[in-house]
Design a protein around this ligand. Structure first.
Ligand SMILES: O=C(O)c1cccc(O)c1O
Ligand SMILES: [Fe+2]
Length: 288
């Protein structure tokens, strides 16, 4: 069993690094951590970085999860290899760019590009967002999945993810106490479906909702409240149609052996307790 301890960063391609930077800082509220040739790294908490925009294909998305030791990374590589995944070790130069000690790269069964990393750098400097969005940190990622049952099995049997709840067949899976770190949504492609940052409070959700509206950023869902994690949320559209989510108040599951995953309906009320309707294709099979 591959033990993931946390999600660490996403890397997203863009044809327009300047606009992506403007979005990540002035809209989303992240802080530039580092600029390298053709890439910008952004901080959202006390980690070195949790998001990277790089010059490249906007459909190229990478998500990294932390493993505790080099021995576990090697065992994971062997496990994935035996299952037929093409596993590559990151080069020293790639490790340096990512500020990690070592990593492997492979595709999940849908084709999502995943990195398992060891010893990601922390930042010695506090995070100060470019705007006060109230961000407390990068928290979870939603992936497209061409077969959610197959992919749920991958994340829960090859790796240590546990299903907290399902909306329709879409599983919300935890790897620690936080209600979910990985979510899968049915789609006919691979890639990141949404990137979540936690914010401090309801006030941040409401303030951002007004700010984004004034700045004409498309708000695609919310403000609302998830019946699943009980988090209050706001979804909006970033560069190349990427969905970003702020949420606050996500529940934690500590009674691990007693928890039973719950079933919610794949319809607006399964996504929102307050009656908001998603304008997000993966949540509604409607507009995106
Ligand atoms: O927080 C949740 O429960 C949740 C539910 C549906 C979709 C999401 O993105 C979520 O974060
Ligand atoms: Fe989410």
């Amino acid at each position: 069993m591959i033990e993931l301890s946390d999600v660490v960063y996403c890397r997203v391609g863009t044809q327009d690094l300047e606009s992506a930077e403007a979005f990540a800082t002035t809209i989303l509220g992240l802080e530039v951590a580092e600029r390298t040739k053709g890439a910008i790294h952004f901080k959202s908490d006390n980690r070195d970085h949790t998001l990277c925009y790089f010059e490249g294909n906007p459909e190229d998305h990478v998500t990294a999860f932390e493993l505790k030791t080099s021995a576990e990374l090697q065992a994971a590589a062997a496990t994935l290899d035996a299952l037929g995944h093409n596993v590559q070790y990151g080069s020293p130069a790639e490790c340096e760019i990512r500020h990690v000690r070592e990593f492997i790269r492979f595709n999940d069964p849908t084709g999502n590009v995943i990195e398992f990393i060891v010893r990601p750098s922390m930042s010695a400097v506090e995070y100060h967002g470019a705007r006060d969005a109230g961000i407390t940190g990068f928290s979870h990622v939603g992936f497209y999945s061409t077969d959610v049952e197959r992919d749920e099995k991958f994340w829960t049997t090859v790796c240590n993810a546990r299903v907290s709840d399902r909306i329709g067949d879409a599983p919300l899976m935890r790897i620690g106490a936080i209600h979910h770190t990985i979510a899968l949504f049915p789609g006919n492609k691979s890639g990141i479906q949404h990137i979540n940052h936690q914010v401090e409070s309801t006030h941040d959700i409401q303030r951002s909702s007004n700010l984004l509206r004034d700045k004409q950023v498309p708000i695609t869902f919310g403000p609302g409240r998830h019946p699943t994690s009980s988090a209050q949320f706001l979804y909006f559209r970033g560069p190349d149609g990427m969905t970003y989510e702020y949420s606050t108040g996500v529940c934690e599951i500590h009674d691990e052996p007693l928890w039973r995953d719950r079933q919610f309906a794949f319809e607006p009320k399964g996504f929102c307790l307050w009656g908001a309707s998603p304008k997000i294709a993966a949540f509604s099979e409607g507009d995106d």
